[in-house]
Every structure is written in structure tokens, then in C-alpha cells.
Ligand binder design. Sequence first.
Ligand code: SAH
Length: 218
Amino acid sequence: MNVRSSGIGMTSERTRARMVERLRAAGIRNERVLAVMQEIPRHVFIEEALASRAYEENALPIGLGQTISTPHIVALMTELLCENGPPARVLEIGTGCGYQTAVLGRIAKEVYTVERIQPLMDRARRTLRDLRFFNIIFKHADGHFGYPEGGPYQGIIATAASTHIPEELKQQLAPGGRLVLPVGTAEQYLHVVDRTESGFQETRREAVRFVPLLPGVA
Ligand code: SAH
């Protein structure tokens, strides 16, 4: 057991149970999503100085100007992604610390995750390996272009806000697949795009607040 998964982990199960109760109270209904979030030690994805705050509804810094998504937004986006059943193959844009990746990794058979900041991707890879996730494939790239080699996907999720819905992501959806992503700049909304047999169906959902999806790699 390494430093980050010892000590604090002993008390965090109850803290996680409280987090899950808050998610329920906020309207999250998918039992699989709730069970997975009860199980995954969110604090090990966050640097130790902030780990005691890991279960609060805060977007905590994860370094390099990026933030971990709040428990509620992770639950909401995962629930939306799974509305028509758990997707077998998922693409995630914006690995960050890898917490959302882990949640997806317990629900989908395979997760492809793309991150543009190499040190963040390397750290997420280590964290997920320490937690013994073996169904996650990482790519250091600009996620605007998706990850065509791994597709088509039953689910695609972006955890950074795009100015528009990238056509490449839509094209990498399998028929019946769903894309969930934040769109906008100053004002952002979650968008859901379903690929049907005949085309695409788009719905605008709640207002959200994400870091921007940036071009290129770092
Ligand atoms: N789900 C992550 C969210 C991190 S914030 C978590 O909870 O930790 C969003 C992430 O998207 C950042 O790590 C940022 O570097 C990444 N990102 C931004 N633009 C990107 C792009 N074009 N391609 C891939 N990743 C991108």
C-alpha cells in the first residue's frame, strides 16, 4: 500500500457514504453510478494537502491550472452517459487526475482517455495502475480529434468545455451511442448528442462550469 492510499483511506468510507447520500438527495438515481462512487477512493486522485477535502462539492486544483470535477458533475455526466444502459466502450476527453476515468472504468468494459497535458496524464496513469485498473488506454493528444483507433464508442464524455460540438467526436459514436459534453465559454451548458440510425439528436441540459478544451498539446 502506498502513502496516498493508507491512513486517510481508513476513515474515508464513511465520508464517501455521506457523499453518496448527498448525490442521492441531489437527484442522482443510477444505482450503479452511486455504488461505483461509494467504492472508488476519490482522495487518492488529489494531492495530499487537499485530500481531506476530496469528498466536498468543490472543484479542487489538480495542478497545471486544472481542476477535478465535483462529485455531483461526475455523477450527473456518468448517469447521462449510461441512460440507455452501460456503454461497453467509452472515450473520455480530458483525463485530468483520472477520477472520472476510474468511475467509467468500473462501468464500461474499456475506457480510452485523452489528455493534452503530459504530466497530468502520467500521474493519472500511475494512480489508476496503483488502484489496479487494467482496462484504461491513455493517449497524449488534442482531444478535439477524439481517438479514432479505439472507436466507435457507445459513450463519449468531455470534461473540458468546447466552443462547439466537434464533428470528429460525433463521427466516432457508434449507432445508439451518446456524447455528453460541456459547450460554451463564459456561459456553458451540458449537451447530449445521441447518434440514431438516421443521424444525430442534440439536447441542451443544465448550466455548468468547466475549464476550456484547449487546442494542441502541452
Ligand atoms: N475529469 C477530470 C477533469 C480535469 S479538468 C478530473 O476530474 O480530474 C479538464 C482536463 O481536460 C484538464 O486536465 C485539461 O488539461 C484537459 N484538456 C483540455 N483541453 C484538452 C484537449 N483539447 N484534449 C485533451 N484534454 C484536454
